[in-house]
Design a protein around this ligand. Structure first.
Ligand SMILES: [Zn+2]
Length: 99
């Protein structure tokens, strides 16, 4: 059985996880999950809030990086390597899985 591109893009792929961060990719976009609920964040009138508990979170949680855009991916990769003990190889492998 072969997977179609559509099926692959419809599932959540874990990009990075440690005690302080959880980054996943869904529908071709990588984003952080909130530290409070492990949920995605969304914009609200006051700023960025956790989609699960509506607590205000750091604007970073509202950001997303397009996996299909090489420049966006390069920015995301550089950011992850600078901020977290992530390995470039593992990030690239995860990207390939999520595309
Ligand atoms: Zn929350």
């Amino acid at each position: 059985m072969t997977e179609t591109t559509t099926e692959r893009r419809d599932r959540i792929v874990e990009i990075y996880r440690d005690d302080t961060a959880h980054v996943v990719a869904y529908a071709g976009v990588a984003y952080h999950l909130t530290p409070c609920c492990d949920a995605s964040a969304k914009g609200s009138l006051g700023g960025i809030v956790c989609r699960s508990c509506y607590q205000e979170v750091c604007p970073m949680y509202g950001m997303g990086w397009a996996l299909t855009d090489d420049k966006d991916w390069a920015r995301f990769r550089a950011y992850m390597l600078a901020e977290y003990p992530a390995s470039a190889q593992s990030l690239d492998e995860r990207r390939a899985l999520a595309l």
